[in-house]
Design a protein around this ligand. Structure first.
Ligand code: NDP
Length: 327
């Protein structure tokens, strides 16, 4: 037996609780992992609270991230005792995920835990941090360098935003952090933000084009915020869009794209090919100041993760939640 969060569904809707689970209940897969830590991401919070259609089959163990030790493997790349990380691939949505002491998954989904990170640090990064790195890689790929101008990070005090601020500032960019939490300005400056701005300035419907400011942007909010960010991005600037914390709509015009040559890059972490994942984790290992992860991540146990899910969706959680599944 092992412990895990299980989401079950009945006529009253989905309900999540910590349960005793049996190994025979684990789904199919060629690698069994003894999970040490998982995380609470925005998507996990939607799954646990039943606020979004994240879980595609019930019962489900949520948790889109995990780190642990291979216990049993029929996959040629993984041996018992290997330390591994998993982000996405539908775990916690269609396949039992990381918020349990054991997981059985496809070996193709696992990557080696980079040696510079402890399991806790890898989860302080988690899907949010690896997505932030994918956004940084996209900015680089589209030619935005530190000398090109300011980079705006929206939802900056959240998981993706915090890691994006830390990464971009370490790489030498001038980072402007947009947040609805002025009380967290000190935290964002400590992560490397050169300036902290109130997210209210991006929140309402805006003009098709505004004063050009950003050489690049990492947007986790969507909706009017993404539209206003595109409208204020400089000629040939690049906006990476990875989130919908403010809404899934995109009430924009084509003006920034056809008049200023702005590039809007979509970033997905879930089905991202293995090569890009390995590159993102390799760059996290070299470009992220691990000392900042202590600031970004807070650790909780399995049962504590449940009430935190609602708070995370309300934007009340700063940085990243690491879940010690044995606590
Ligand atoms: P968090 O909840 O940690 O952070 C989201 C932040 O967005 C909040 O902290 C808040 O920042 C801001 N925010 C929340 N609600 C609103 C709102 N109504 N209007 C404006 N800003 C708001 O989530 P994550 O950082 O983990 O994820 C952020 C988004 O990215 C989510 O939508 C998530 O689903 C998505 N995501 C997508 C991935 C992909 O593969 N494409 C992977 C990972 C995440 P502040 O208080 O600083 O304003």
């Amino acid at each position: 037996m092992f412990k895990g969060i299980l989401i079950e569904k009945d006529d009253a809707g989905p309900r999540a609780a910590v349960r005793d689970l049996d190994e025979t209940q684990l789904p199919e897969g060629d690698v069994t992992v003894r999970v040490s830590h998982s995380t609470l991401n925005y998507k996990d919070a939607l799954a646990i609270t039943g606020s979004g259609p994240v879980v595609r089959r019930f019962p489900m163990v949520p948790g889109i991230d995990l780190v642990g030790i291979v216990e049993h493997s029929e996959h040629p790349d993984h041996r018992p005792g290997d330390a591994v990380v998993l982000n996405g691939w539908g775990v916690g949505e269609t396949h039992w995920g990381g918020l349990a002491q054991k997981a059985r998954v496809k070996g193709d989904w696992l990557i080696p835990l980079p040696s510079v990170f402890s399991p806790q640090q890898a989860m302080a990064i988690g899907t949010a941090g690896y997505t932030a790195m994918l956004c940084v890689l996209a900015l680089e790929k589209h030619g935005v360098g530190p000398t090109d101008g300011e980079i705006l990070v929206t939802g900056a005090a959240g998981g993706v935003g915090s890691v994006a601020v830390a990464l971009l500032s370490r790489l030498g960019y001038r980072v402007v952090a947009s947040t609805g939490r002025p009380q967290d300005a000190g935290y964002l400056q400590q992560l490397g933000a050169a300036e902290v701005v109130d997210r209210a300035q991006f929140a309402s419907p805006g003009k098709p084009l505004g004063k050009e400011r950003w050489a690049g942007a990492v947007d986790v909010v969507g909706s009017h915020v993404l539209a206003n960010v595109c409208a204020t991005t400089r000629y040939r600037g690049v906006v990476t869009a990875c989130g919908l914390a403010g809404g899934m709509d995109f009430p924009a015009t084509v003006a920034p794209f056809i008049l200023r040559g702005v590039t809007l890059v979509g970033v997905d972490s879930v089905m991202c090919p293995r090569g890009d994942r390995l590159q993102a984790w390799a760059r996290l290992a070299t470009d992220l100041d691990v000392a900042k992860l202590g600031e970004i991540g807070q650790e909780v146990g399995l049962s504590e993760a449940l009430p935190l899910a609602g708070r995370l969706l309300k934007g009340e959680v700063r940085g990243r939640i690491v879940v010690d599944v044995h606590r």
